[in-house]
Design a protein around this ligand. Structure first.
Ligand SMILES: Cc1ncc(COP(=O)(O)O)c(C=O)c1O
Length: 473
């Protein structure tokens, strides 16, 4: 057999790595055995009796209705191309070309791509940044109100809730403000599909009154990768246009494996899933407490509440800061993989992020704690990553992102880019908030700031050997 991808996957599976990453089912631990052995047999198409995602009248409609009830939405729609497709559909359903939309400056790529697809004009709001941990956190709701008061033309708002690390803005306050100004609130709840199923977790933005909420069920619950749900909870959105938009961004051959895994994930949450989730949160709390006893290591948690626009956090996420050990996140990630057979979800300059889900048990958590205790053995890095501070103001937007990305572009040395219009993002990590977005004018001060970061060795996405892509105009 010559099937490199298949072989790589089989190797991963055989190595019995302890996964602290998505998908939430953690290699099938939550699925009925009967389902797993029949996967190929249920990889079907729109034959009689199996309904049609694009015009559901039978079991797909029924499954979506059950999902709506379980998640607390008025209507729910299955997605087979991830939350990405749901964000596109939501934006396409409520916006026309040249409409203004308020988005967080650190929005996920799908929101930025949504700007390109819709030809809309972004108004950016910066998140509050926890410079110490290198993480963009929440939204200051007073700032949000100022934006909406100042610019009546803004038609909709897209918020990310929670952030990747599980920290949550005041989504109820945000929802109230957005609706006070009669705008539409779309929430990218990619990392919060489990919220409706526990009283010990932040509430879902569905409860906060958001109009459209998109959740990656595959990330924190137990469906297959790429399966998500878009929930509609409002009269402010034209349902027919939303349905059209959904069909625009989804395959006409949607996978029955993905759709049935959504159906099963919902059913699981109505049965033993809730209790499993309660235990997962308990285990993660236990891990956080144990990790916080280790000198030089900190597991982020409730001390963040009340700062950076944060009002709550997802206890099932373990963000472990290794900064004070003088090592970088990726080194800690590699150490855990090489020595403890643990794979975390992600690492950044200062932290590693581990996801605990309803598929975990205590033995995983104990291995994780053991691994973290041993991190002190890693040799210190020569130069610790420096914190970035004093984020510069958002540059002037000259072209819409949809215009900038279609212009002919050229790579120029950063120092020669002054006054040019960027064709790309410039994003330093940490904290992962764009300094420059496509269509924005690169001013002298910005070049100076980027040069400082570059010379400090900070990772900057969008910069190739200190060259940047600008529009040829
Ligand atoms: C904040 C956020 N939004 C949206 C997405 C897209 O979700 P999906 O992978 O389900 O398409 C992601 C994925 O990583 C994400 O982190």
């Amino acid at each position: 057999m010559t099937a490199p991808l298949y072989e790589a996957l089989m190797d991963y599976a055989k190595n019995q790595i302890i996964p602290f990453h998505m998908p939430g089912h953690k290699q099938g631990r939550t699925f009925p055995g009967e389902y797993l052995v029949n996967l190929a047999k249920i990889d079907l198409t729109e034959v009689p009796g199996l309904d049609n995602l694009h015009n559901p009248e039978g079991p797909i409609l029924e499954a979506q209705k059950l999902a709506a009830k379980a998640f607390g939405a008025r209507e729910s729609f299955f997605l087979v191309n991830g939350t990405t497709s749901g964000i596109y559909a939501a934006m396409y359903a409520v916006l026309n070309p040249d409409d203004k939309i308020l988005i967080m400056r650190n929005s996920h790529k799908s929101v930025y791509n949504g700007l390109v697809l819709t030809g809309t004009v972004p108004v950016y709001i910066n998140p509050e940044i926890d410079y110490e941990d290198g993480i963009p956190m929440g939204i200051d709701i007073n700032k949000l109100e100022e934006y909406l008061k100042k610019d009546e033309a803004i038609k909709a708002v897209v918020m990310t809730y929670p952030n990747y690390y599980g920290f949550c803005s005041d989504i109820t306050g945000i929802s109230d403000i957005v609706h006070k100004y009669n705008k539409i609130l779309i929430v990218d709840e990619a990392h919060g599909a489990h919220f409706p199923f526990s009283n010990n977790l932040p509430h879902s933005s569905l409860q906060a009154g958001a109009d459209i909420v998109v959740q990656s069920v595959h990330k924190t619950l137990s469906s297959f990768t790429q399966s998500s749900i878009l929930h509609l909870n409002s009269d402010r959105v034209d349902t027919n246009r939303l349905k059209y938009s959904l069909s625009l961004f989804q395959s006409t051959s949607p996978s029955y494996i993905l759709m049935s895994s959504l159906d099963l994930a919902r059913d699981y949450m109505e049965k033993e899933g809730k209790e499993r989730l309660r235990k997962a949160v308990q285990l993660a709390d236990y891990a956080r407490d144990e990790i916080n006893k280790i000198e030089g290591i900190r597991c982020l948690g409730k001390e963040i509440i009340g700062k950076y626009g944060i009002v709550d956090f997802d206890k099932a996420k373990l963000t472990v800061s290794v900064k004070n050990l003088g090592i970088k996140g990726p080194e800690a990630e590699k150490f855990l993989r090489d020595n403890f057979n643990i794979q975390v979800e992600m690492s950044d300059a200062f932290n590693i992020l581990a996801m605990v889900t309803l598929a975990d048990d205590k033995s995983h958590i104990d291995s994780f704690i053991e691994g973290i205790k041993n991190l002190v053995a890693i040799k210190r890095d020569k130069e610790p990553v420096e914190e970035i501070k004093n984020y510069p103001d958002i540059p002037e937007m000259v072209l819409k992102p949809s215009q900038a990305v279609t212009k002919k572009a050229k790579l120029v040395p950063l120092d020669e880019a002054i006054n040019s219009i960027s064709a790309n993002f410039i994003i330093p990590y940490p904290p992962g908030v764009p300094l420059v977005c496509p269509g924005e004018r690169i001013k002298k001060d910005m070049v100076k700031y980027i040069n400082v970061l570059y010379n400090k060795g900070i990772k900057i996405l969008g910069l190739k050997n200190n060259n940047i892509l600008v529009c040829e105009i």
